[in-house]
Design a protein around this ligand. Structure first.
Ligand SMILES: *[C@@H]1O[C@H](CO)[C@@H](O)[C@H](O)[C@H]1NC(C)=O
Ligand SMILES: *[C@@H]1O[C@H](CO)[C@@H](O)[C@H](O)[C@H]1NC(C)=O
Length: 541
C-alpha cells in the first residue's frame, strides 16, 4: 500500500488547514438550484451563509460569506451543508491566487506588422482568399481593452464584454504602462487599420473581458469570466497564467476547470468554445508548460512561438500539449496601445492573440466547425518545414515537437481546408482507471481508430518533483515526454495532475502502452518516490 504517500499527503495538508483558519476570508461559492434568487438567499442564510452576489454567467451560482464562525473544522461544515441541503448542489471555499501576463519585454529592432512576420504564417494570403473573420466573435480575457481606440471601436461589442474587476462599467483598463496588455492583444486580433495596422481577424467582433487588474483572483471570478456569453463568443483568447518561474505548478481550480470543459463541449450552441492559451514565457527559467494546468489541459488549445530564424524562442515553453506555433518571437509586433496610441508586443502573449485571429479566419470560412474540427485542421495544415528543429514523426506520419506541436500555423492552408472540411464524428473515449503497472493494455479499444488526445491523471510523491520525468510510448512506438525535468523546482509532490499529449494524433490506440516514470535523483528510500496513476484516457474518432 501507499503508506508513505499517505504520510506525505497529510504532512502537506495539515498546515494549510491550520493556517487558513486564521487567514481565510470565509468566502464560498455555491450552486443553489431550483429556486429564485430571493429563495436562494434565504436558503443560504438558513445554512449560515450570506449571499454576496450571483455570478454573471450562471443563473444559480452565488458567492456567499459565512455569517458566523463555527468551532467545527471547515471541511466538516462543507460536507454537512451538502448532505443536509437538497438545493445546494455544490459548495466550495474560495482561495485567493494570482495570475501573470505572458509578454516579455522586447525593445530591440524596428516595429513590424503582424502580416510581415517571418517565417510567414500566410496571413495576407488568407485575407486575399476573401476572409477577415467577419461574423466571428473573439473575446480577449485580460486586463481590459481601450474600447474607444480608433482601431478597435467599431469591432468592440458591449454585448460580449464585461468588467469582472469593477462590475457594471465598460471593461476599460486604468491608464498605466502595466495595463496595456489586453489592448495590445485585442489589436493583434481585430485592429481595423486606421492607425496601427490590421489585426489578423480585422472583421471579427471583439469582446473585452476584464479579469486581470485586481490584486487577487479566485476560482469564482476566473470561472465566471471564462464562461461569459459562451453561446455568443466563439474564441476566448488568453495570454496569461500561473507564474512562469520554473517553480510553480498550478492548475484551474474545480469551478474554472468545469467552466472550461463545459464551454469546450457545450458552448457555441454545442460546437464548443475555443480556448486559446499562451504556452508561457518561462523557457529561460527552465519552465515547462506540462506544469501549467491551463496549458496541460484536455480542453484548451496552446501555442508556442518561434523567432525569425525559424527556431523556438529561448523564452518559449514547450510541452506535449502544445498544438502548433506562431512566429514573431523576437519581433516588436505593432499593435494598439492605450489612449489611442500604437505600441508593440511580443512573446507568448502575442502568439495566443495571433492564433486566435487565425482560428477566427477559419471559423468564417466554415462556421459549422466544432472546437475539435479546429484542432484537426491545425494539425493537418501547420507547416513543420518552416521550423528549424529536429521533429519526431508519429505512426500517422505527422511531425511533432514539444516546442511547436505540428509546426507553424499557416492561415492560408487553414482557411482553404476549413472551407471544404468534412466535420469529424462525435468524440469517443477509451479509459483505464487505477493503473497498477507501467504497461497498459488498450487492445480492446475498438471504438477509436484515430487518436486525438491522451490524458493521464495521477499523483507523484517525490521530495523534488522537478527531478521527475514521465515518458509515454504508444503501441506504434511513438514516444512523448509528458513531464520534463525542471531544474530549479525543488518542491515536493505533484498531486491529481492531468498530463496531456497531442503527439499521438491520428494513431490507432490498440495495443500495449508503456509508461516510464523516472527520477533524476538517487533517493535513499524507495518509498520517497511513489507514483499513483488514477486514470489513463484516450480521446479520438
Ligand atoms: C470584412 O469582409 C466583409 C466581406 O466579407 C466586408 O463586408 C467587411 O467590410 C470587411 N471588414 C473589414 C473590417 O474589413
Ligand atoms: C512552409 O514553410 C516553408 C519555409 O518557410 C515554405 O517554403 C513553404 O512554402 C511553406 N509551406 C506552405 C504549404 O506554406
Amino acid at each position: 500500500m501507499n503508506n508513505s504517500c499517505l504520510i506525505l499527503f497529510l504532512a502537506l495538508f495539515i498546515p494549510i488547514f491550520v493556517c487558513s483558519e486564521d487567514s481565510e476570508d470565509g468566502i464560498f461559492l455555491a450552486r443553489i438550484t431550483s429556486v429564485d434568487e430571493h429563495d436562494a438567499r434565504k436558503i443560504g442564510r438558513r445554512h449560515g451563509f450570506e449571499a454576496v452576489r450571483k455570478l454573471q454567467s450562471f443563473s444559480d451560482v452565488y458567492i456567499g460569506r459565512r455569517l458566523r464562525r463555527r468551532k467545527r473544522g471547515i471541511e466538516d461544515e462543507i460536507l454537512a451543508e451538502m448532505i443536509f441541503s437538497e438545493q445546494i448542489q455544490f459548495i466550495e471555499k474560495l482561495y485567493r491566487f494570482r495570475r501573470f501576463k505572458r509578454a516579455p519585454m522586447m525593445n530591440n529592432g524596428a516595429l513590424i506588422h503582424v502580416w510581415n512576420l517571418t517565417p510567414s504564417m500566410m496571413i495576407r494570403e488568407a485575407w486575399e482568399a476573401g476572409y477577415n473573420a467577419s461574423r466571428v466573435t473573439v473575446a480577449v480575457v485580460d486586463d481590459g481593452v481601450d474600447v474607444g481606440h480608433v482601431d478597435l471601436r467599431s469591432a468592440f461589442s458591449p454585448r460580449v464584454s464585461f468588467d469582472f474587476v469593477k462590475f457594471g462599467s465598460l471593461p476599460i483598463p486604468t491608464i498605466s504602462k502595466e495595463t496595456q496588455h489586453g489592448t495590445q492583444c485585442a489589436g493583434l486580433v481585430s485592429m481595423e487599420g486606421n492607425q496601427c495596422g490590421l489585426g489578423v481577424g480585422h472583421g471579427a467582433t471583439l469582446g473585452a473581458i476584464r479579469l486581470l487588474g485586481q490584486d487577487e483572483l479566485n476560482d469564482a471570478l476566473e470561472g465566471d469570466a471564462l464562461a461569459f456569453e459562451k453561446d455568443l463568443i466563439d474564441i476566448y483568447s488568453v495570454s496569461w497564467g500561473p507564474k512562469d518561474d520554473g517553480l510553480t505548478a498550478e492548475k484551474p481550480a474545480k469551478f474554472t476547470q468545469d467552466a472550461i470543459k463545459n464551454g469546450a463541449v457545450f458552448g457555441r450552441n454545442g460546437k464548443g468554445n475555443i480556448f486559446v492559451w499562451a504556452s508561457g514565457n518561462g523557457g529561460e527559467n527552465g519552465d515547462n508548460c506540462a506544469l501549467d494546468g491551463y496549458v496541460s489541459n484536455e480542453y484548451t488549445i496552446s501555442f508556442g512561438v518561434i523567432s525569425s530564424s525559424g527556431v523556438p524562442s529561448a523564452y518559449a515553453e514547450g510541452c506535449s500539449a502544445v498544438l502548433a506555433a506562431v512566429s514573431g518571437g523576437d519581433s516588436m509586433i505593432q499593435t494598439t496601445g492605450l489612449e489611442s496610441t500604437c505600441s508593440s508586443i511580443s512573446g507568448s502573449s502575442a502568439s495566443a492573440a495571433i492564433a486566435s485571429g487565425i482560428i477566427a479566419l477559419a471559423l468564417e470560412a466554415n462556421p459549422a466547425l466544432s472546437q475539435r474540427d479546429i484542432q484537426h485542421l491545425i494539425v493537418h495544415s501547420s507547416n513543420s518545414s518552416a521550423v528549424k528543429i529536429q521533429f519526431q514523426t508519429n505512426s500517422a506520419g505527422l511531425k511533432f515537437h514539444p516546442s511547436v506541436g505540428f509546426g507553424l500555423l499557416d492561415a492560408k492552408t487553414l482557411v482553404e481546408k476549413a472551407a471544404t472540411w468534412q466535420l469529424v464524428d462525435p468524440q469517443k473515449t477509451c479509459s483505464r482507471i487505477q493503473l497498477t503497472s507501467g504497461s497498459i493494455d488498450f487492445s480492446d479499444c475498438q471504438e477509436i481508430s484515430r487518436i486525438e488526445r491522451v490524458i493521464l491523471t495521477g499523483s507523484i510523491c517525490h521530495p523534488h518533483r522537478g527531478k521527475v520525468r514521465i515518458l509515454l510510448e504508444s503501441p506504434r512506438g511513438t514516444e512523448s515526454e509528458l513531464l520534463a525535468v525542471r531544474p530549479s523546482d525543488t518542491s515536493p509532490d505533484l498531486l491529481e495532475w492531468d498530463f496531456v499529449s497531442v503527439h499521438f494524433w491520428g494513431e490507432a490506440p490498440r495495443g500495449i502502452w508503456k509508461l516510464k516514470v523516472e527520477s533524476e535523483e538517487e533517493l535513499e528510500r524507495r518509498e520517497d518516490f511513489r507514483v499513483k496513476m488514477k486514470e489513463f484516457k484516450i480521446t479520438g474518432i
